[in-house]
Design a protein around this ligand. Structure first.
Ligand code: SAH
Length: 347
């Protein structure tokens, strides 16, 4: 594998330092940063740099260019799912969705996830590796370039656990919010975690204006441990305590994700327990009808059960919405395309 630093992982100030070492003027950093974030595919496209400087950059840095291995467009709602190939042969998924307020992209932070939530198709410890900041931002740069739309919102809810790769994710956040690059506001970014408690405290220290989403999925620790192995390490009481510390430190309301699984976590008892767990805590609950993954015995909740569950939360003053499912005709959720293509290769 190419050992050179991924140039797109560098901020303008970091590029400046490198350029000075090369004996180049500092102002070149801004030019280079701009080109990179427009999605150039070779240093030669940076037409306002000298040939000599372009060659020097090429020698020292790797310019990552993900390949679009698959692209699926939903006939129902225009959602576009990309399967990007990375230079080491790994592949990652990104999903571009249209909402009333603009375009939102769901991106991956690792190639394959180590967490092993039973309902999720992204579990792939053998393939798991951290994406570099460059590889993460590439998902946005190249989805934008290919589709021609301007992306305004980002959710870190694709494959991988962002807080298991926080060093690179933090650098990605600095890059994507930079005014000379994509310039996406922190308030337009959501980061979702399965609940790595010490890392939630780290994130809190950074006091970012992003939205923290917690993948809750169960109202008691016993059930949560069955669904999410991470709960055996950091149980529900530790997680809720971390959420409270997070709110205290940042003043940002937390969003809880709750995948509704028929007969498993959607009962009246579960709703009561969830009310008790969250009552009085400033938060938002996102109820997501489970996306069925092939071979899994878990099924989505019945519509009526979902509605009753939501009603109970609302009656108790807990802000709860049901997430619209987009791209259901193109297996646009949770590692499904990646898995599908891997299966095709195996066959
Ligand atoms: N690792 C992070 C982010 C990636 S998963 C996390 O766990 O939060 C993004 C969201 O999709 C999580 O809330 C995850 O629990 C949820 N999810 C995974 N598989 C799902 C499925 N089959 N149906 C509904 N939601 C699912």
């Amino acid at each position: 594998m190419d050992q050179r630093t991924h140039i797109k992982s560098l901020l303008p100030a970091e590029l400046e330092t490198v350029l000075q070492e090369m004996g180049e003027p500092k102002y070149r950093a801004k030019q280079i940063f701009r080109w990179l974030h427009l999605g150039v595919t070779s240093f030669d496209e940076m037409s306002d740099l000298s040939k000599n400087l372009r060659a020097k950059l090429e020698e020292r840095f790797c310019l990552t260019v993900p390949q679009i291995l698959r692209k699926q467009v939903s006939a129902k709602d225009g959602t576009i799912k990309y399967l990007f190939g990375l230079e080491d042969g790994n592949s990652i998924e990104s999903v571009l969705m249209k909402y009333e307020h603009g375009y939102s992209i769901c991106i991956s932070t690792q190639a394959g996830c180590k967490m092993g939530c039973v309902f999720c198709a992204s579990f792939d410890p053998a393939k798991s590796r951290n994406l570099t900041a460059a590889e993460i931002i590439d998902e946005i740069i190249f989805a934008q370039k290919d589709s021609g739309v301007r992306i305004s919102n980002i959710v870190l809810m694709g494959t991988g656990e962002p807080l298991d790769n926080y060093t690179n994710v933090r650098q990605f956040l600095r890059l994507v919010t930079h005014p000379d690059g994509l310039n996406i506001g922190m308030r337009h970014i959501s980061l979702s975690t399965c609940g790595l408690v010490p890392m939630i405290d780290e994130l809190a220290k950074d006091k970012l204006q992003l939205t923290l989403s917690i993948s809750l999925h169960a109202p008691n620790s016993e059930l949560r441990s069955q669904l999410m192995p991470v709960n055996r390490r950091y149980d529900l009481s530790l997680l809720m305590a971390a959420c409270k510390r997070y709110f205290k430190a940042t003043g940002r309301r937390i969003s809880f994700e709750y995948a509704m699984i028929g007969g498993v976590n959607d009962t009246a008892l579960c709703a009561d327990q969830l009310v008790r767990l969250l009552k009085g805590f400033p938060c938002h609950v996102n109820l997501i009808p489970l996306n069925h993954t092939e071979g899994s015995p878990l099924k989505p909740s019945k519509r009526d059960d979902l509605r009753k569950f939501q009603d109970k939360l609302l009656r108790n003053g807990i802000n709860a919405t049901v997430r619209r499912t987009l791209g259901s005709d193109i297996s646009a959720s949770c590692g499904q395309l990646r898995r599908q293509v891997q299966n095709e290769v195996k066959e």
